[in-house]
Ligand binder design. Structure first.
Ligand code: AMZ
Length: 425
């Protein structure tokens, strides 16, 4: 009987796939459909580290195809020379090869073909290096495992392989949906989650990442991490944005200053609808949206459901009474201009009691702690009656006046504390 693996922090792994020493991506693993993204693997590694990566996922494609791997081993050494923590796979089919990459400084090795064809090697590797340092790559097309550079079927399903590996003591696997890899069609969250649920493995999702929504979906599905390749190299996804999104606790609950912020439960939808539809609630700001139940449900889905572009959506509750008093959201994060729209709404009947300000403070404390940088907020509505909409700019420009209309002010933590002293809500 094996114990279930400990949950670990969610990790985003930028992928560096190597072929003849160059950084490439293949489409659906097809060696004939290759894009070269760089000829200096070390420089690529340095770029991802500078953007905040804690791990790199390095693949020796030539090794996986059974070709000469010497240039890729030189590239691996150059990547390791940056000090990066590296998860490495491709062509690791024997104990000697495993030992060699660990000697080079690889933190975690990934077994693919060998995990299918040579269970004794998995046992040996787990015994020698432990389950934290030995992961398995389960690569599948339509649920069927592929091996040898994905060129051959293995004759078993991903779930069957995963169960066997878990039984052997493997704790971590990387699941790649081969059909989606390198084509940006969206991560196959359903199949990845099914594998995790059926096997008890910690599963890192790979293949098809299209943008930050996928990071939300994978994160909120409770998976262990995500491999990011083509989307990073082609700019559909900023690594910093992915890391920030991945670091969000979900569901988040923030408390302090007499308020509690947390995502609404489904049975609180009526309150959300009321908040948006009731003229007395919305006046005098924001206008009224006379939502039907159906519209409210759609809007709710848009704001709260996994995979939506909302980075943060919560109702505000009075911490003492538990009564809902409004909502806060942070959305439209734009990592080109480093801006985000931040909204606070307090029901009209609850205004003037400091809830909006308290929610802003609780949110910004959390936000500053995570980003450590500057934030820009528009009119902070000191009277707490109008202007509950604030735009945050979490860029790091010293003067901060990025907004075209000059309406926004740069706000540092110090300035924010002056404007909203502790306990002054
Ligand atoms: O793109 C491919 N055709 C491909 C690929 N990316 N084939 C194998 N691999 C990767 C697997 C795993 O990380 O995702 O190589 C590793 C497995 O290699 P091996 O040699 O152990 O089967």
């Amino acid at each position: 009987m094996t114990m279930p693996p400990e949950p670990a922090a969610f990790t985003v792994y930028p992928a560096i796939d190597l072929r003849a020493g160059q950084v490439v991506r293949l489409a659906q693993g097809d060696p004939g459909r290759q894009t070269v993204y760089g000829s200096d693997p070390r420089a690529v590694a340095e770029r991802w580290l500078a953007e905040g990566a804690a791990w790199l996922h390095v693949v020796n494609l030539d090794g996986a195809f059974g070709d000469d791997s010497a240039p890729n081993h030189a590239a691996l050494r150059a990547i390791l020379a940056t000090g990066a923590r590296v998860q490495f796979g491709g062509g690791l089919r024997a104990a000697a090869g495993l030992r060699r990459v660990f000697d080079l400084g690889v933190a975690r090795a990934v077994l693919g073909t060998a995990a299918v064809e040579d269970p004794a090697l998995v046992d040996q590797a787990l015994a020698d290096f432990g389950p934290e340092r030995v992961a398995v790559g389960i690569d599948a097309r339509d649920g069927q495992v592929r091996v040898r550079g994905w060129a051959e079927g293995a004759g078993l399903t991903a779930v069957d392989l995963g169960r066997r590996l878990r039984g052997q003591g493997v704790t971590t696997c990387i699941f790649t949906d081969v059909a989606r890899d390198g084509v940006g069609a969206g991560v196959n969250v359903a199949a990845t989650t099914e594998l995790a649920a059926a096997t008890g493995l910690r599963v890192i999702a790979s293949g098809g990442l299209a943008g930050v929504d996928d990071v939300h979906r994978v994160r909120r599905a409770g998976l262990a991490g995500l491999i990011a390749g083509r989307a990073l190299y082609e700019g559909q996804l900023r690594l910093a944005h992915a890391l920030w999104t991945a670091s969000l606790d979900w569901p988040v609950t923030l408390t302090g200053h007499g308020v509690c912020l947390r995502p609404p439960r489904a049975d609180e939808l009526a309150y959300v609808r009321w908040l948006w539809s009731d003229p007395a609630s919305m006046a005098p700001v924001g206008g009224v949206h006379a939502l039907t139940d159906e519209q409210a449900a759609r809007w709710f889905e848009h704001m709260v459901a996994p995979g939506r572009p909302t980075d943060f959506y919560c109702l505000i509750f009075d911490a003492g009474t538990g009564e809902p008093v409004g909502e806060v959201s942070c959305h439209r994060l734009d990592w080109e201009t480093m801006t985000a729209m931040f909204n606070v709404k307090v029901a009209a009947a609850r205004r003037g009691r400091g809830y909006g300000r308290a929610a802003l403070r609780v949110f910004l404390d959390w936000y500053f702690n995570r980003l450590g940088g500057r934030v820009m907020v528009d009119d902070l509505a000191p009277d707490n009656t109008v202007g509950q909409q604030a735009v945050l700019n979490f860029g790091f420009t010293p003067q901060g006046n990025a907004a075209a209309d000059g309406f926004f002010v740069a706000l540092t933590r110090e300035r924010f504390n002056q404007l909203y002293p502790q306990g002054g809500a």
